[in-house]
Design a protein around this ligand. Structure first.
Ligand code: ADP
Length: 435
């Protein structure tokens, strides 16, 4: 279905940002990428690898520091007239009605009067929001708000829809539903939209939507690999072919977290924390202290404590990652730090755990995400909070073979115990307690 016409092209684009502390951050380095007419291209990769930055460059919302962005072979000058953006955060104005929000893009393009009314009605109809024209955003569910976001983009009859995690803020069922509708919109010639570029955290979403999946690497952002996806539309998420493609993409994404051959020393690699309880690790330390020299073979410890070998191994790995035991050979040995923890009272144990968790790459990553969120809050005065979904999405990408929910539960249990994190299950938000 793809034609050979190149619609968008980034040619040797490098983009740098000056950070508040004066440092220069290279978000994209010498990146070249084309998007052809009729394509659906998904941009995936770890957080912060420049996917949104590239999308904004394609939309003409920013200009590249070096290199060129072209539309149909012409250097893009100003905002991309042929494109419209859909954002994760809906970006609706609360004091405007649905119809007025949808009309915003048209206003900006000088479309008024009956032409505007017709375009708004058509766009609202396309996303199935008829009857809600006069409603205000606060009266709508998340899914409906995002429909308004889509309608606003569709109202200007764009050729290209640029979407930045458009389903990221929605519950999974709503996301799935809207995702299918976006494919329908793209396949329906009547909508005028023939090309999609979507930034996503979700491997399944990329495989569901895209004909070509571009995997980014980070530090600085660049294209690491491209995966062609020729599964026929409409795609069925649970078919073996679909699952096979998901597995392939997972494997590529996992590989992107390993150092590239030519790359400089990579940042500390993320390791998952074993899914063990605080009480289990404490039990192991207590037990080791009762043994001669504070040591013993894993199988003996398993027997002593009445747990199976695999479970014991996981608990030992947890204690080891926290620096409280060492494992020379088959032996498990209490370390001096482990003895210190045992000597402390409950409060001291919590502090010691907090110190260790902050040094653990996985928890350090969660803390960094939380702090990043705070910086994004205006005036920087808000609390450091993160939606569960964001962390779950991150975990899914980093550890595709571990169920994200269970790793998430472990992070919360340990974070809470150490008084480092708090979790509001009702609101679905994670909060940073200690700095
Ligand atoms: P992704 O979409 O892959 O998560 P982004 O494109 O949002 O990544 O960001 C890439 C990097 O550039 C990140 O480190 C981000 O913090 C930084 N960045 C993006 N926009 C700006 C900006 N306007 N000022 C400073 N840094 C920015």
């Amino acid at each position: 279905m793809t034609t050979d016409t190149v619609l968008l092209e980034a040619r040797h684009v490098t983009q740098r940002f000056r950070l508040p502390n004066g440092q220069i951050l290279e978000a994209l380095h010498d990146l070249s990428l084309t998007v052809r007419e009729q394509e659906v291209v998904a941009l995936v990769g770890p957080s912060g690898c420049g996917k949104s930055t590239l999308l904004r460059l394609f939309a003409g919302l920013a200009r590249p520091g070096e290199g060129t962005v072209l539309y149909r072979g012409q250097r893009l000058d100003g905002v991309l007239g042929a494109g419209a953006m859909v954002f994760q955060s809906f970006a609706l104005l609360p004091w405007l009605t649905v119809a007025q929000n949808v009309a915003m893009g048209l206003e900006a393009r000088g479309v008024h009067g009956p032409a505007q009314r017709d375009a708004v009605a058509r766009a609202i109809n396309l996303v199935g929001l008829d009857g809600f024209e006069q409603a205000y955003p606060k009266e709508l569910s998340g899914g409906m708000k995002q429909r308004v976001g889509f309608a606003r983009a569709l109202a200007v009859a764009p050729e290209i829809l640029l979407m930045d995690e458009p389903f990221g803020a929605l519950d999974p069922l709503t996301a799935e539903n809207l995702r299918s509708q976006v494919v329908d919109l793209w396949r329906d010639p009547a909508t005028g939209v023939n090309t999609l570029v979507v930034v996503t955290h979700s491997v399944e979403e990329a495989v569901f939507l895209a004909g070509r999946i571009v995997v980014f690497g980070s530090n600085p952002g660049h294209v690491r690999e491209e995966l062609k996806n020729s599964l026929p539309y409409p795609r069925r998420e649970r078919s073996p072919e679909f699952e096979a493609m998901v597995d392939r993409l997972h494997a590529i994404l996992t590989a992107t977290l390993l150092p590239e051959p030519e790359a400089a020393p990579a940042p500390q690699r993320l390791v998952p924390f074993p899914r063990v309880h605080v009480a289990e690790v404490a039990g192991l330390l207590d037990h080791l202290a009762t043994r001669p020299d504070g040591r013993g073979p894993v199988f003996e410890l398993a027997e002593d404590l009445g747990v199976d070998y695999d479970r014991m191994t996981a608990v030992v790995r947890g204690a080891e990652q926290l620096g409280w035991v060492a494992t020379p050979g088959e032996m498990v040995q209490l370390t001096p730090a482990g003895r210190d923890v045992l000597a402390g009272d409950d409060a001291a144990r919590k502090v010691a755990t907090r110190v260790r968790l902050k040094q653990h790459p996985l928890f350090a990553r969660v803390i960094a995400m939380l702090k990043e969120e705070t910086e994004e809050i205006e005036e920087g005065a808000g609390k450091a909070e993160l939606a569960d979904e964001e962390l779950l999405a991150d975990l899914t990408i980093y550890f595709p073979f571990i169920p994200a929910e269970s790793l998430f539960a472990t992070i919360i249990e340990w974070g809470r115990y150490a008084e480092l994190l708090d979790h509001d299950a009702a609101a679905g938000r994670l909060r940073l307690l200690a700095q």
